[in-house]
Design a protein around this ligand. Structure first.
Ligand SMILES: Cc1ncc(COP(=O)(O)O)c(C=O)c1O
Length: 336
């Protein structure tokens, strides 16, 4: 074990440690002789379900300690991260403003977007075409407007993935270290969905910092492996500059490419079928945007021998339940 670094200020918002358990029937059906385990980060909270709240523990502490009264963040209309941010802001008496990317769903006021509105977040919706540029100018405009009003806002990037957000999963890696010790797992692969890479960066760095016998494998749900590997390296380097207490461990991202499907938020029929199959097999519900795609990639990689070097595989369920409700039609088809 290496010495873990001193953490930045943090609030307790997530219900941790999250459960860790063996997937008996899924291992029998799909494991090919390997043991499949699950880390239930979908149980970090009820409305706060998922991986994002672990990152927000650090963003929220930073906001409170530095006089930010508003959290601004961004994502798709059904962003889990935006929903979690809106609820954390409400919980702490902060304001929240969301910059949302329009999608083609005919069921706009459902799932995460419905919760954003219940939580009292203000929002603006920008077209998907030209999103990156429009987002950048919206952030510049909003940051200036809050400054002009003498009420600076904390501008949180997509997915909460930056040098501060990664601490959430550095901490989660420590938690996983305790889980594998409890369950006498000597060595394992840790598998997760990657959408903006903060979770993967934190886990990969956390495993290296704690010297754990784990190999972290991210499944890209959009973009590609090259992009995510570069993003992990970039966020890790930024973290080392910002937090000099971080030791210079090797952080080597491993990202798998073939899970993205037609596009972000659009899943092939196999993903919907797998969501239904796993729900009926284990009572575990995945989502079509992140975890369903990653789990499908995992099963394919098991079949194709990518995990031949390990006996144990841990799937980190990063949440996403509310995103299901914007995919009602495809899911009903798969379920019937
Ligand atoms: C349910 C779920 N799983 C996985 C991810 C991916 O996490 P990250 O953005 O840190 O890569 C996200 C967010 O993007 C998410 O909402």
């Amino acid at each position: 074990m290496l010495n873990l670094p001193e953490y930045p200020p943090r609030l307790t918002l997530a219900r941790t440690p999250t459960p860790f358990h063996y997937l008996t029937r899924a291992s029998d059906q799909w494991g090919g002789g390997k043991r499949l385990w699950i880390k239930r980060d979908d149980l970090t909270g009820s409305a706060l379900t998922g991986n994002k709240v672990r990152k927000l523990e650090f963003f929220a502490a930073h906001a409170l300690n530095n006089g930010f009264r508003t959290l601004v963040t961004c994502g798709g209309l059904q962003s889990n991260h935006c929903r979690a941010t809106a609820l954390v802001a409400a919980q702490l008496g902060l304001r929240c403003h969301l910059v949302l990317r329009a999608d083609d769903s005919d069921q706009a006021n459902t799932g995460n977007f419905l919760l954003d509105q219940i939580a009292g977040a203000t929002y603006e919706v920008l077209p998907a075409v030209g999103w990156n540029k429009a987002l950048q100018s919206a952030y510049e405009r909003l940051e200036q407007a809050y400054l002009d009003a003498a009420e600076p806002a904390l501008m949180i990037p997509t997915g909460g993935s930056d040098s501060l957000g990664i601490w959430g999963y550095i901490a989660a890696a420590e938690e996983l270290g305790r889980d594998i010790a409890t369950h006498h797992i000597d060595r394992a692969a840790v598998v997760l969905a990657t959408g903006s890479a903060g979770t993967q960066t934190g886990l990969t760095a956390g495993v290296a910092l704690a010297g754990l016998p784990l190999e972290v494998v991210g499944y890209a749900v959009c973009d590609d492996a090259r992009w995510f590997n570069a993003k992990v390296n970039e966020d890790w380097q930024a973290a080392r500059r910002r937090w000099p207490q971080l030791p210079a461990v090797m952080v080597e991202p491993v990202t798998r490419d073939h899970s993205a499907g037609p596009a972000y938020g659009i899943a092939p029929p196999e993903v919907y079928k797998l969501i239904v199959d796993l729900a009926r097999l284990e009572g575990v519900v995945l989502d079509p945007v992140y975890t369903g795609k990653a789990f499908l990639g995992l099963l394919r990689d098991i079949r194709e021998g990518f995990f031949d070097g390990v006996d144990d595989i841990i799937f980190v369920h990063t949440g996403g339940i509310f995103g299901l409700f914007a995919h009602e039609h495809s899911l009903i088809q798969a379920a019937s």
